[in-house]
Design a protein around this ligand. Structure first.
Ligand SMILES: Nc1nc2c(ncn2[C@@H]2O[C@H](COP(=O)(O)OP(=O)(O)OP(=O)(O)O)[C@@H](O)[C@H]2O)c(=O)[nH]1
Ligand SMILES: [Mg+2]
Length: 422
């Protein structure tokens, strides 16, 4: 089964704890602090590789971890960093968190860190200073990021084939490319997208064949909407219509309507209308159909292609015209991206991190990214650690704010789930 959406949980590695230890040697049983820092927790990285073309393994395995960092050692030995976990995905994978796109992977080899490993805690050797010769505290490692993300695969093909079921899309793909899709004389033969490479002169392009669309496809009818996302990124569309259809104009409008109603309007893409199975009709009848359709669309007759997979008539001309249209569409797209890039402004976010104090029933809740981070790293069993945390709270102005909120020394505080007495 072809999978194009998967939701997974990521748990990056926890940072290793810093070590609390003092050097002891025969001559000097009470040496200085020598506890090393903890290692960083492993990151979870996503990487594009052409060796994979589905997201199926992320359906089966929904939880991915990275290794924890090791604790610091004596003799100032740094704990080993946790190794990163690299998850391979196909080109065209979009990563979303809470319905917001956080990464859009479109290049072979591209890598992004999605869940960051926690940093390691400092060992007590780190806290030695002229006034503090024997710090009896070491930091705890930080938790790695935990994320629930959705992966969505949008194939990146240059050209997309659209049409009603049975129009001859897979047959065309099999005739002009290296792909070997399933073909049959009934609707919905194709259940998942097929990709094929078309070689033309010194050029080549990628063509995607998707399951047939029906009226309401953009609203999820038939196999519809799941597959429309695959053609969202095509620069050119080939719209195939069976010449034996009872109502060619209606067939044409049905598909155009679905392309328009899809969440991203894909009806503005350059497209070529292609009448298929042309050998099944007499020339006069074929000519009449082409004329009707050209008039309806408002294009000249030569813009309506006719092909036959049986006699191969029209296939080469169609591929040549597709390639031409593709080249000019790509030039246009390149122009647009450079305009967008020029317009982009660099926004820098002021990194001053605030905090908040809130009175609860019998304690005061202190929140704030920076402060919570320090609290998480503090081992409350170590009096020196608690002292340091209090120093930080004082410096940041938390105590002042506590006074303003009516708190007194000795009152209970809660920071990042940890209990502390002021
Ligand atoms: N006579 C004739 N039959 C054709 C031609 N092209 C395709 N067919 C037949 O039309 C039927 C449908 O072809 P497919 O290529 O499977 O159609 P499709 O558009 O991919 O269909 P779905 O995957 O169901 O959307 C098959 O029986 C093909 O053999 C052609 O040029 N001439
Ligand atoms: Mg098909």
């Amino acid at each position: 089964m072809f999978t194009d959406v998967a939701t997974v949980k990521l748990q990056a590695g926890r940072g290793g704890d810093g070590r609390l230890s003092f050097r002891s040697s025969r001559g000097n049983p009470k040496g200085g602090p020598d506890g090393g820092d903890g290692g960083r927790g492993g990151n979870i990285i996503f990487k594009v590789s052409h060796n994979t073309n589905t997201l199926s393994k992320y359906r089966v395995n929904r939880l991915w971890n990275a290794e924890n960092g090791e604790s610091g050692g004596t003799n100032q030995r740094h704990g080993k960093n946790g190794s990163d976990t690299t998850l391979v995905v196909p080109n065209g994978t979009v990563i979303l968190e809470d319905d917001v796109i956080i990464a859009d992977l479109t290049e072979e080899g591209q890598e992004v860190v999605i869940a960051k490993g926690g940093s390691g805690g400092f060992g007590n050797a780190h806290f030695k200073s002229s006034i503090r010769q024997a710090p009896k505290m070491a930091e705890l490692g930080e938790d790695g990021e935990y994320k629930v993300i959705t992966l969505e695969l949008k194939l990146i093909a240059d050209v997309g084939l659209v049409g009603l079921p049975n129009a001859g899309k897979s047959t065309l793909l099999s005739m002009v490319s290296n792909a070997k899709p399933e073909i049959a004389g009934y609707a919905f033969t194709t259940l998942s997208p097929n990709l094929g490479v078309v070689d033309i002169h010194d050029d080549s392009f990628l063509i995607a064949d998707i399951p047939g669309l029906i009226e309401g496809a953009s609203k999820g009818k038939g196999l519809g909407v799941d597959f429309l996302r695959h053609i969202e990124r095509c620069n050119v569309l080939l719209h195939l219509i069976d010449v034996n259809s009872q109502d060619i104009v209606k067939d044409y409008e049905t598909i155009r309507g679905e392309l328009k109603s899809y969440s991203v309007d894909i009806s503005d893409r350059p497209f070529i209308v292609v009448l298929t199975k042309s050998e099944t009709l007499e020339d006069a009848k074929l000519h009449q159909i082409r004329e009707t359709l050209a008039k309806h669309i408002g294009v000249s007759l030569d813009k309506i292609h006719t092909i036959s997979a049986v006699t191969t008539m029209g296939l080469q001309t169609l591929m040549q015209d597709t390639n031409k249209m593709l080249m000019s569409a790509q030039k246009q797209a390149a122009k647009q991206t450079s305009i967008v890039k020029d317009e982009l402004k660099v926004i820098t976010i002021d990194d001053e991190v605030g905090f908040e104090v809130e009175k609860k029933s019998d304690y005061y809740q202190v929140t704030g990214e920076d402060i919570e981070r320090f609290a998480r790293k503090t081992n409350l069993d170590q009096p020196d650690g608690v002292r340091r945390l209090k120093d930080i709270l004082k410096k940041k102005g938390v105590f002042k704010e506590l006074c303003a909120k009516g708190a007194n020394k000795g009152d209970k505080l809660k920071i990042a789930g940890k209990d502390l007495t002021w």
